[in-house]
Design a binder for this molecule. Structure first.
Ligand code: FO1
Length: 305
C-alpha cells in the first residue's frame, strides 16, 4: 500500500505519474481540506476536486484546476444578479459543488461524498479528506485575517503574509482511514505541495504527525521549492512571512521529525549535505514535472524503483 499527502495542483500532477507505477487500488491520497470554502451556499473543496479531476483526466491541465473546456455561464448570470464572482466556478464544476452540498445536507460526510464522486469519475484510487470536521486556513495580512482563497485568488497573493491560522485544528479529527493509510503503508509520499497551507494543514490534524513518526513505512518528501521558488502558488511568501528559510532545506527541516528521505531538485544539490545533517537520506533528481515522462521518472525515484 502507498499513501500520499497532497494539496492541490503540484501534488495532483505528481500523482498522475505515481499512478502509472502503482495500482490505483493500492494508493490512498490524503488531501488537504483547509482551502474548503462556502460560496453561494455551496461547499467547495478545491484540493479534493483538483486531485479527483486530475486523476480522472478531466482537469483543465493549463490552469491545474476546474474541468477542461468548462463554461462559466452560471457565474456570468450570478454576476448580473450583483454577486461577487471572484472564484472561477465553471458550470460542470458547479455540479460537483451542488452534489456535495446536497449530500452534506442529507447528513453524509465529506469522506462518503468523496467516495461517491470518485466512483462517478471512475476512479479506483482512495481519496481521503484529511478531516470531516471544520478546518479553515486563514491568512493574516496588513488588511487583517482572511480565508486562504481570498488571499490567494481574490487578492492574487499580493499581500505580505503576517500569519497563518488553522481554525478548527484543535478539534478536527482525521477522517476514517487516514491514520491507517499512514500506518499500513509501505511508502508514504509527501507530495510537492505548499508545506504550510497544504501539507502543514494535514500535519495539524489530530494524530497525523504522530502516525507519520510511528509508521514502519518509508516516508519520502519531494521538495516543493526549487532554487528558492515554488513551481506554483505562494509557498515562498508564506515561508518567508512565517520566518522559515525559503529553500529546499527550509522545507526538509519542517518535515525532519517524521521524514526518512527527501527528494531534492538537481538545481539545489548544494543543499544536499545540510539536509543529510538533519538525519535524512537525500535523493537528487530533476523534480520539474514538465512532461508526463518526468512525472513517472520522479515517482520512480520516490518509490526507489
Ligand atoms: N485558483 C485561482 O487562481 N483562481 C480561481 O479562480 C480558482 C478557482 C477554482 C475553482 C475550483 C477549484 O477546485 C480550484 C480553483 N482554484 C482557483 C485553485 C485553488 O485556488 C488553489 O489551487 C487551491 O486551493 C490550492 O491548492
Amino acid at each position: 500500500m502507498i499513501a500520499a499527502l497532497a494539496g492541490g495542483v503540484g501534488a495532483a500532477r505528481f500523482l498522475t505519474g505515481l499512478t502509472r507505477l502503482v495500482k490505483e487500488e493500492d494508493l490512498s491520497v490524503i488531501v488537504n481540506t483547509g482551502d474548503d470554502i462556502e460560496l453561494f451556499g455551496l461547499h467547495i473543496s478545491p484540493d479534493l476536486d483538483i486531485v479527483s479531476y486530475t486523476l480522472a483526466g478531466i482537469v483543465d491541465e493549463e490552469k491545474g484546476w476546474g474541468i477542461r473546456g468548462d463554461t462559466f455561464q452560471c457565474l456570468e448570470m450570478l454576476k448580473k444578479h450583483g454577486l461577487d464572482t471572484w472564484f472561477g466556478l465553471g458550470d460542470r464544476d458547479l455540479a460537483t459543488h451542488i452534489y456535495r452540498t446536497d449530500r452534506l445536507k442529507q447528513g453524509f460526510t465529506l469522506s462518503q461524498i468523496t467516495d461517491e464522486v470518485c466512483r462517478s469519475l471512475g476512479l479506483k484510487v482512495k481519496i481521503l479528506p484529511m478531516s470531516n470536521d471544520k478546518f479553515e486556513t486563514r491568512v493574516t495580512t496588513s488588511d487583517g485575517s482572511m480565508h486562504f482563497e481570498e488571499y490567494f485568488v481574490r487578492r492574487q497573493g499580493k499581500d505580505e503574509v503576517l500569519g497563518v491560522e488553522f481554525v478548527g485544528a484543535a478539534t478536527a479529527k482525521p477522517s476514517p482511514g487516514v491514520l491507517n493509510a499512514i500506518l499500513d503503508a509501505e511508502v508514504v509520499v509527501v507530495c510537492p505541495s505548499n508545506p504550510i497551507v497544504s501539507i502543514g494543514t494535514i500535519l495539524a490534524v489530530d494524530g497525523v504527525r504522530d502516525a507519520l513518526r510511528r509508521t514502519s513505512a518509508r516516508v519520502v518528501g519531494i521538495s516543493p521549492i526549487v532554487a528558492g521558488l515554488p513551481i506554483k502558488g505562494p509557498a515562498d511568501k508564506m515561508l518567508r512571512g512565517l520566518g522559515f528559510e525559503v529553500s529546499a532545506f527550509g522545507v526538509a527541516k519542517l518535515y525532519s521529525d517524521f521524514l526518512d528521505t527527501f527528494v531534492l531538485d538537481a538545481q539545489d544539490v548544494s543543499q544536499k549535505e545540510r539536509i543529510e545533517k538533519l538525519g535524512l537520506e537525500v535523493k537528487v533528481t530533476n523534480t520539474l514535472m514538465n512532461s508526463f515522462e518526468r512525472k513517472v521518472e520522479l515517482a520512480r525515484v520516490v518509490l526507489g524503483k
